[in-house]
Ligand binder design. Structure first.
Ligand SMILES: Cc1cc2nc3c(=O)[nH]c(=O)nc-3n(C[C@H](O)[C@H](O)[C@H](O)COP(=O)(O)O)c2cc1C
Length: 202
């Protein structure tokens, strides 16, 4: 059996971006668990604001095609004003391009969610993501991780300095890979396995 493809998507428009670093670590966890991986850095993708009126920009087509090819996704947004960032929401709005696929949108794709937050309310961004996942017909993986107090967890260059947080992010990547393999095997998903210590179930 070929390796499942786990696509990470996120980061902020800031450099360095803690949510991009966190995403990269989770994606490493997915790779360690046996997945092929791709990271979509939303800053580099530079998507225009979503509209259906002026044709499809190449960046949006690239996003939609990469997501369509994925067996599972990892989403990472910074927590902005108690939710996801506008840039992240704009990216998922472009997934409207998958509406006409069969099956549509994110059908049969598990989605692992993480955020970095300046404070301790990152779960609000996770909850916003979960609403979006459900609306796109994806499967929100119950294991999530909101990294709190990002300025204490990442250094000034955006590097992750906390080993326990790194382990939890890798655990999330591994869980998403496991879910992807299970979907592939029989089209169902049993999330009831042990999970990374300290990670939160929604
Ligand atoms: C516009 C804006 C809104 C923010 N809102 C929140 C918030 O509601 N709660 C919070 O805990 N942190 C908030 N933060 C802090 C960011 O979540 C935090 O700095 C995060 O690590 C940024 O991610 P990044 O490094 O990927 O840009 C906000 C930051 C900005 C710039």
């Amino acid at each position: 059996m070929t390796r499942p493809l786990v696509v990470g998507m996120g980061g902020s428009l800031r450099t360095p971006s803690t949510s991009l670093t966190a995403l990269s670590v989770a994606v490493e966890g997915a790779a360690d668990a046996g997945a092929g991986t791709v990271v979509i850095d939303l800053k580099r993708l530079a998507l225009p604001f979503y509209t259906s009126e002026h044709g499809i920009p190449a960046s949006a087509r690239q996003l939609a095609d990469t997501v369509q090819a994925a067996d599972a996704l990892l989403w990472s947004s910074p927590t902005y004003h108690g939710s996801v960032s506008g840039a992240f929401k704009n990216a998922v709005d472009w997934l409207a391009l998958l509406a006409d696929h069969d099956p549509p949108y994110l059908s049969n794709k598990p989605v692992g969610m993480l955020t970095t937050a300046g404070g301790v309310q990152g779960l609000q961004a996770i909850n916003a993501m979960e609403f979006i996942v459900r609306s796109l017909r994806g499967w929100a993986v119950p294991l999530v991780f909101a990294v709190p107090r990002s300025s204490r967890i990442f250094d000034g260059d955006g590097r992750l300095t906390d080993q326990a947080v790194a382990d939890q992010l890798r655990g999330l990547g591994a869980e998403v890979t496991r879910a992807a393999l299970q979907f592939r095997a029989d089209g169902t998903c049993d999330y009831a396995q042990e999970r990374a210590p300290g990670a939160v179930r929604e």
